[in-house]
Design a binder for this molecule. Structure first.
Ligand code: SF4
Length: 284
């Protein structure tokens, strides 16, 4: 089935987000989904527009809140594959609390962050992923704050699936998204997705020079958490591939009593007017 729709993305030519969109569409098709089985929930930012560019259920939410919405959708309808997406400002600044708690909750949602180390939609300010010394309109003398190490943070928060990719590696990125969708629990996929308009430091060439593929590290085992953390620290977080996966831990859905039998979407919630009014009164 085709996950493309007729909406033309209004991202700048060359923006890394185009590849992420293509990878989501390909991965969804490759795992055998049809558009009615996928929901893409996004936050605010250039990347937040992605939910409107994919032929599926979609919800363009509010800043930093794609994950609360995505988790609500998944809890209401377990039969939907739910992808949450947004930028690094969305997920690692205003939405960081939601990110950490969704990770430790291990709810079955795939979260794809388009990480360009800057705020693009608001025309170029420092984000929590910008490096020290990074000059923008908000930091004309260079950022004095250190960059958030998101992959390490995810591991310490108890993530069961942590991966990273580069938007030009379409094949690898697609394969990681497929794995994330198939993972029974929360999967975080951080994608280096260059902002060609405002970030003149972390360019395509810069990433090509600085990224290391985990597949090229002999003996790398994504089931070894200690090794995963060590490798991230040794490479300053600049690695791509499946960093860590734990398939043993149960997902939130597996642990919620009665979830699989009676998700909201298939529950019989027909109420008489009297019952409805009584319910409303209880909440007032
Ligand atoms: Fe992409 Fe940057 Fe343009 Fe936004 S401003 S669409 S992030 S290139």
């Amino acid at each position: 089935k085709d996950f493309r729709n007729s909406v033309k993305p209004n991202w700048c030519p060359g923006c890394g987000d185009f590849s992420v969109q293509a990878a989501i569409q390909r991965a969804a098709a490759n795992v055998g989904l049809v558009p009615e089985e996928l929901a893409v929930i996004s936050g605010i930012g250039c990347s937040g527009r992605i939910s409107g560019y994919i032929n599926s259920y979609g919800f363009h939410g509010i800043h930093g809140r794609s994950l609360p919405i995505a988790q609500g959708v998944k809890m209401a309808n377990k039969d939907l594959t739910v992808i949450a997406s947004g930028g690094d400002g969305d997920g690692f600044a205003i939405g960081l609390g939601h990110t950490i708690h969704a990770i430790r909750r291990n709810i079955d949602v795939t979260y794809i962050v388009m990480d360009n180390q800057i705020y693009g939609l608001t025309k170029g300010q420092t984000s929590p992923r910008s490096d020290v010394g990074f000059k923008t309109k908000s930091t004309p003398q260079g950022s004095i704050e250190s960059s958030l190490s998101v992959m390490e943070m995810a591991l310490t928060a108890g993530a069961t699936f942590v991966a990273q990719s580069f938007s030009t590696d379409l094949k690898d990125l697609t394969a990681l998204i497929e794995k994330g969708i198939q993972h029974k629990g929360f999967s975080l996929i951080n994608v280096f997705s260059p902002c060609v308009t405002y970030n003149k430091v972390n360019t395509y060439d810069w990433f090509k020079e600085n990224l290391t593929k985990l597949n090229d590290i002999e003996g790398y085992d994504p089931h070894n958490k200690v090794k995963a953390m060590q490798t991230l620290m040794e490479h300053n977080g600049l690695v791509t591939g499946l960093i860590y996966q734990n398939t043993e831990q149960k997902s939130y859905q597996d642990l919620v009593h009665g979830y699989s039998e009676t998700p909201l979407a298939t529950s019989n919630i027909e109420l008489t007017e009297e019952q409805f009014n009584k319910l409303v009164k209880e909440f007032m």
